[in-house]
Design a protein around this ligand. Sequence first.
Ligand code: UD1
Length: 355
Amino acid sequence: MAHVLITGGAGFLGSHTCVALLQAGHRLVVLDNFSNSGPEALRRVAALAGLGVGSVDQWPQAGDWRLRLVRGDIRQREDVEAAFRAGEGAIDAVIHFAGLKAVAESVRDPLAYWDVNVGGSRCLLAVMGRLGCRTLVFSSSATLYGFPDSLPIAETAPVRPINPYGNTKAAVEQLLADTAASASGWRIACLRYFNPVGAHPSGRIGEDPSGVPNNLFPFLSQVAVGRRPALQVYGGDWPTVDGTGVRDFIHVMDLAEGHTAALDLLWSEPPQRLTLNLGSGRGHSVLEVVRAFERASGLAVPYVIAERRAGDVASSVADPALAAARMGWHTRRDLDAMCRDGWAWQRANPKGYAP
Ligand code: UD1
């Protein structure tokens, strides 16, 4: 059993990764400021893992513990230090999810993105270095590849982000490379996610974006459940199988398991810095996703073909061979499972975590 600090552990990817890590037997400290999430997700994570329902909010608590929550901000040194204290000085690794992730917002407010994503990572790394914790898994993104030259996209493809959000992800990867080169002992994995969707199969936790969802899957789910009238499909004239955008969708539980696999790899090998794609290697078009969602829900999903969205690429598909070779990891859940589990979450929680 290891002690793992999860920044942003209450968010969509963080909460599902917490479930996978608890299942693997680890003790977790979550550091989250709830800027785009809330404690209810963690209460449900605790319940799914068979922990006491009240356990999440009660740090410092006595006796045995598995999941502790520290409300705080990664940009505040004292908050990061408090999270390490909650781990009783025994944090073996950090998984760093906390950050801002909306592309359009990053164009409007780049300073916020550099502040939280880059400044926050800098603060976290400084505390880690000082406290002697040198194992880190970083939440990176396929957005780094910008407009790819060819498909599928391997990790060796050029890093050419096309918006401020992507620039900050690239900057943090560079910061991690410089940090790993500056001192021995760092074990770092940058995981470049393709398009994580779906939910835990229980339907108890899932994606709960605030406001109007930017991304396809949560928007589609909200149309199906009747919260929004119709999906706008951004472009019907892309050079793809049916004219709509093609993406490599990955079930969030496959992604979560990618993190436990990355930790196992970092702990079992000498110090190193790794960069790995997390994707399935299969592309699905927007209309294929709509059809799969209709099959899973038994409902018709109204949609209209609209203008292309600025900054979109026609197709994005991972070459996941390196993750398979290095970690023995590959996706196990297909598009139908993503839609089934995503629909189970949306149907049972039409307003997300809101009561
Ligand atoms: C987007 C971001 C990416 C980020 C990722 C995760 C952009 C350009 N890219 O990826 O940087 O890492 O989210 O937050 O914003 N679509 C529709 N209708 C919708 C929404 C989406 O047709 O209402 C289409 C898009 O045009 C695209 C596909 O669905 O073809 C997937 O879109 P989305 O879910 O937003 O993901 P990405 O754009 O791939």
